[in-house]
Design a protein around this ligand. Structure first.
Ligand code: AMP
Ligand code: ZN
Length: 114
């Protein structure tokens, strides 16, 4: 998946503001932030959408949620609160077809999922 933007970012072939890295995942600041905190948590493994995950990926999916947990605590928004979002396919608003979690926070978030 050489042409995949988030594979390239995970491989350090494109510059981003990286905030976290481990063997299974990377996390970096969204280039077009929708909130004061807008971090993308991305598995190194290329899965185009959440629909491409299988039982074999259950630990990876759990890991991504725990990375969000860790980052929220590290950057000091855990107590105030935050939101995790996964967009899927066209009507879900997915633009980059490599699975990622949005970690949003740093201001009160209203519930307007659009
Ligand atoms: P989604 O609509 O869920 O696929 O979200 C894709 C996100 O990737 C958007 O919030 C974009 O702003 C973000 N994005 C696209 N290109 C880059 C990039 N080069 N570096 C960081 N974030 C990016
Ligand atoms: Zn990819």
């Amino acid at each position: 998946m050489d042409a995949c933007l988030f594979c390239q970012i995970a491989n350090r072939e494109r510059p981003v503001k990286m905030v976290y890295e481990d063997e299974q995942s990377v996390a970096f600041e969204d280039i077009n932030p929708k909130a004061p905190v807008h971090i993308l948590i991305v598995p190194r493994q290329h899965l185009a959408t959440i629909l491409d995950a299988t039982q074999a990926d259950d630990r990876l999916l759990g890991h991504l949620l725990l990375v969000a947990n860790l980052i929220a605590k590290q950057i000091g928004i855990a107590e105030r609160g935050f939101r995790l979002v996964i967009n899927c396919n066209s009507e879900g608003g997915q633009a980059v077809f490599h699975l990622h979690l949005h970690l949003l926070g740093g201001r009160p978030l209203s519930w307007h999922p659009a």
